[in-house]
Design a protein around this ligand. Structure first.
Ligand SMILES: NC(=O)C[C@H](N)C(=O)O
Length: 321
């Protein structure tokens, strides 16, 4: 018999719709009323927060990490988290990057609130518990389970504003799926580097590049106290020339600048050798973060900085792997 901890954090899965079609949080979490009878698992539930996920901060993510660490030091065999979908991938990535792989951690949510027609919350919660109590889920890192699919926290992203199949894994594909009776894994994800941090300080904004971008936004950053910057660059990792010029001025001040692509699929690499091209940006000191989107690159940078990494001490290696 597995002992699974369910941590509710809020989100649409715990919300309800009113007569005007507006969706908002409930005083009492409807997920607490779900019948949790499993042949192979005992469920203990806690309402750790009741927040829409746009209200979730890195401090909340750290609180969740500490609660899961404590539960795993006790006799829990796995953890399930219910979470709003807007920032679910960020919490999933944070936990995957700060907790050593072993006992299953599964995150789920819903696209339709608890009293809406075709609500997906209870179904997703029950399938997440099935995955967390399955022997084969051990050692796979943090998993996102929604709509009968299992995704790696490292690569999954929210792709649709309203559709129940919103969580997808561009480039890599899902790790597995659930049928009525079985769980199938058809990929093994590589181990994600994890750092056991105790703080989450850092001011790290994300900037998106576009055709005709000038350097003004980067020049503004010159006067703000930043700990790092993440740029969603064009294509394989390039910037318009004037933007690149201003980025080089920030690099001269030893600011960690992380580059990912604004493309939905693929991996950014330093390839192009022209003004603003990726290979020149890389030579100037821009760090390319492969296989993560900008919101995950930002979390990864904050984790690295809070673990004591710096440009002189291992930050580039951490971000590039
Ligand atoms: N489907 C959802 O959960 C979206 C909601 N706005 C949230 O992230 O809290």
């Amino acid at each position: 018999m597995k002992k699974i901890l369910v941590l509710h954090t809020g989100g649409t899965i715990s919300m309800a719709e009113d007569a005007n079609g507006h969706v908002s949080p409930n005083e009492k979490n409807p997920m607490d009323a779900v019948d949790m009878q499993f042949a192979n698992a005992t469920i203990i539930s806690e309402d750790i927060f009741n927040l829409p996920s746009p209200h979730i901060t890195l401090e909340h993510m750290l609180t969740l990490k500490k609660r899961i660490d404590a539960a795993f030091d006790e006799d829990f065999d796995g953890a399930v988290i219910t979470h709003g979908t807007d920032t679910l991938e960020e919490t999933a990535f944070f936990l995957d990057s700060t907790i050593k792989r072993g006992k299953p951690i599964v995150i789920t949510g819903a696209m339709r609130s608890s009293n809406e027609l075709g609500t997906d919350g209870i179904y997703n919660l029950l399938t997440a518990i099935r995955v967390a109590s399955d022997e084969d889920s051990y050692g796979r890192g943090v998993l996102v389970v929604m709509n009968d699919e299992i995704h790696s926290a490292r690569f999954v992203t929210k792709t649709h504003t309203t559709n129940v199949s919103t969580f997808q894994t561009p480039t890599h594909g899902p790790l597995g799926l659930l049928t009525k009776n079985k769980i199938f894994y058809f990929h093994n994800d590589r181990e994600n580097q994890h750092l056991d941090i105790q703080s989450v300080h850092g001011n790290v904004p994300i900037i998106k590049a576009y055709a005709g971008m000038t350097g003004e936004i980067f020049d503004l950053f010159d006067s703000i106290n930043l700990d790092g910057l993440v740029i969603e660059a064009l294509g394989a990792g390039n910037l318009p020339p004037t933007a690149a010029h201003s980025v080089e001025k920030l690099l001269a001040k030893k600011l960690p600048i992380i580059l990912v692509s604004r493309c939905f699929n693929g991996i950014a690499e330093p390839v192009y050798d022209y003004e603003g091209g990726g290979s020149r940006l890389h030579d100037a000191g821009v760090i390319f973060a492969p296989e993560v989107n900008s919101q995950k690159a930002r979390i990864k940078l904050i984790i690295g900085l809070n673990a004591g990494l710096s440009l002189e001490n291992g930050l580039e290696n951490f971000m590039e792997n």
